[in-house]
Design a protein around this ligand. Structure first.
Ligand code: COS
Length: 390
């Protein structure tokens, strides 16, 4: 059944407030974020005070109770600003909240959802040095010890690892691979537990102010109550279900940031003159603007449709399609934005250059475009075999 979410009028007011906040506070602070490679602490506090970390948590756990379409619309609006802001809140709002809501026990929800809603940061530990796209091949182990488990292994490219208080960590509870990847379980790990160390934040191509790092797990003793859903073998399904949600967030981020790029390109095309008139008057520039507008619109429509379907149940094809199309679209718009800026587009003092670098990861994380193709095709073939016709 569809989740009704937040009352539409309150949601509309929230979006108006967020749009103003993005333009009046977040965008003006971008240069500072780039210079420090860090969102200023007072801005993070403001984001907490606005409830931005708890939008998707149910109200009874201290959140705002947004449903999936409201959550993705919020991410889209937030993503008009540089990606670091979404990055800080998105693991709370998307993957970890979704895993807790869908699979957590009542005790786990009661313990963690209010903390996340209040702004404690979460991270999602799936990828490892030896397993990215092939996530079921992970090497991190969770061995039973008394009433609890001992974790050993490492996780790589983990967004927010340096800030996280909660890690949703996937680990093998069986040495051998099991059907449906049931050798993997998910654990809610307090990141202050002894034996956890965080690597140095990695230097990246773009996305200043957002941090990824390795997590090292060395004989980390966790209680049995940390097993998500109190059930072994559900970790892969939980991770995939959470990734459906995370993929919608990347689709929304791609739509929001592409809109920013296009607005910037339109402004520049009106200001910059060549052959005696603004370059916006030239049809070949207009073609790039028009293609970008139409593609952003298409991605926004997909995002809304996929979000509505995911709000009613599983929507694997739609989530993967929206992520694939929107992230690829964002890359094309970023490229055109540089092209419209001409030589200036290659210079760091213009925004187009960093838009281009920032956008590149959208086609990679939460599942590459190539993995999205596999996910979509696999589901299509399953539907065909089951006689399901669209
Ligand atoms: N929702 C709920 N359960 C799901 C699911 C989803 N979207 N996808 C898979 N599952 C569960 C199901 O139980 C499924 O079995 P059934 O389909 O028979 O019910 C089981 O997991 C196994 O799924 P599948 O057969 O699709 O697993 P594969 O090993 O074939 O999956 C891919 C392969 C490549 C699709 C998968 O490993 C993947 O998506 N990898 C990319 C991971 C990724 O995005 N990494 C990026 C970084 S993470 S931040």
């Amino acid at each position: 059944m569809a989740n009704a979410g937040m009352d539409p009028e309150t949601f509309g007011q929230f979006i108006d407030q967020l749009q103003r906040y993005v333009r009046e506070r977040l965008i003006p602070a971008e240069d500072q974020v780039i210079a420090d490679d860090m969102i200023p602490a007072d801005l993070v506090d403001e984001m907490r005070a606005m409830g931005l970390f708890g939008l998707t948590m149910p109200e009874e756990y201290g959140g705002s109770g947004m449903n999936i379409p409201q959550y993705t619309e919020t991410v889209r609006v937030l993503s008009y600003a540089m990606p670091a802001y979404r990055s800080m809140a998105s693991i709370n709002l998307g993957m970890v909240c979704s895993a807790l809501k869908n699979s957590g026990t009542e005790e786990q929800k009661t313990e963690w959802l209010p903390r996340l809603a209040a702004g404690e940061i979460a991270c999602f530990g799936l990828t490892e040095p030896g397993s990215g796209s092939d996530s079921a091949a992970m090497a991190t182990t969770a061995k039973r010890a008394g009433n609890g488990y001992v974790l050993n292994g490492s996780k790589r490219y983990i967004t927010n690892a340096p800030h996280a208080k909660l890690g949703l960590i996937m680990a093998r509870t069986h040495d051998a691979a099991l059907p449906k990847n049931a050798h993997i379980s998910a654990f809610l790990v307090d990141m202050d537990t002894a034996g956890i160390t965080i690597g140095k934040a990695d230097r990246k191509m773009g996305q200043s102010g957002s941090h990824i790092a390795d997590i090292y797990l060395d004989d980390v003793k966790i209680p049995g109550s940390a097993l998500l859903g109190a059930e072994e073998g559900r970790g892969f399904a939980t991770a995939m279900q959470s990734l459906d949600n995370g993929r919608l967030s990347v689709a929304a981020a791609s739509c929001g940031y592409a809109r920013r790029m296009l607005d910037t390109a339109v402004r520049y095309a009106n200001e910059r003159k060549a052959f005696g008139e603004p370059i916006a008057q030239f049809q070949l520039i207009q073609a790039m603007l028009a293609d970008s507008e139409a593609e952003i619109y298409a991605a926004e429509c997909m995002l809304r449709d996929a979000s509505a379907k995911a709000n009613c149940g599983t929507a694997i094809i739609e989530c993967a399609s929206a992520k694939m199309f929107a992230s690829e679209m964002c890359g094309r718009v970023a490229d055109r934005c540089v092209q419209i800026h001409g030589g200036a587009g290659y210079l760091a003092e213009y925004e187009a250059e960093r838009f281009f670098r920032d956008a590149r990861i959208y086609r990679i994380y939460e599942g590459t475009t190539q993995i999205m193709q596999l996910v979509i095709a696999k589901q299509m073939l399953r539907n065909f075999a089951a006689g399901i016709i669209a």
